[in-house]
Design a protein around this ligand. Structure first.
Ligand SMILES: [Zn+2]
Length: 232
């Protein structure tokens, strides 16, 4: 199984990352089940929500709360926050160009996983996710990793979308407009208090790299990649 991840995350003892398309279309729950089985993770301890491009963050602080979300209908939200992480529990999101954003502290005690499409970014979800963790504990040393998503090379938009972003992340080239989501997400995370050197955004473009990723922009098919965060 091919998983894109950040060694800094793994060093805290947390497990997580974005699984390549070789493991199948994660819109299918059966594919997710197989992947989690291979990882030795019980799929029924992985939380899911109904992704709606919002700035809603669900905090999970106890096994009881986690159980509640498992048994209820899927909530509308776009970020999970573990405060603290619970052994044997985790969360998953699905993407096909949107940004899977991981935020965690140096001890692997607090962590968040957010689904950041451009709408969520405009609504400030990256900043709100980091702030939510720092509000719980202002002394946290947070880190962030942006998983594979559509990069500025491919994220062409029209004026109406560009108008919602600061000028720094807009690239105009041959009468086309592109957005660099990395720049805006990094800006939001540093604004919230994460030092820039603690934010990693490797250049994996879902739209360009057809071998490893699904991309809605490229394929217009309902294939999804899975990102997960889990505390063993
Ligand atoms: Zn690209």
């Amino acid at each position: 199984m091919k998983i894109y991840t950040d060694q800094r995350l793994l060093r805290t003892g947390l497990v997580g990352g974005t699984i390549s398309r070789h493991s199948g279309n994660m819109r299918e729950l059966a594919c997710q089940q197989i992947a989690f089985d291979k990882l030795g993770i019980a799929p029924d301890h992985i939380l899911h929500f109904h992704q709606v491009h919002s700035d809603t963050i669900i905090p999970i602080a106890s096994t009881q709360q986690a159980q509640k979300y498992l048994s209820a209908a899927l909530a509308d939200a776009d970020a999970w926050m573990f405060s603290p992480c619970i052994a044997g529990w985790g969360a998953a999101i699905v993407t096909a160009d949107c940004v899977p954003l991981f935020v965690w502290d140096d001890t692997g005690t607090y962590a968040a996983l957010a689904h950041c499409g451009w709408r969520g970014v405009v609504k400030g979800l990256p900043e709100k996710t980091a702030r939510a963790l720092l509000t719980l504990n202002p002394k946290l040393h947070l880190n962030a990793w942006l998983g594979p998503h559509i990069q500025a090379c491919c994220f062409e938009v029209q004026e109406d979308v560009a108008a919602q972003f600061p000028p720094e992340c807009i690239i105009r080239h041959e009468n086309k407009i592109f957005i660099d989501l990395n720049i805006e997400i990094k800006r939001q995370l540093t604004e919230a208090g994460i030092p820039a050197k603690r934010i990693q955004a490797p250049y994996y473009c879902t739209c360009t790299d057809k071998e490893n990723f699904f991309s809605w922009r490229r394929d217009h098919e309902k294939n999804l990649l899975l990102s997960f965060l889990y505390k063993p």
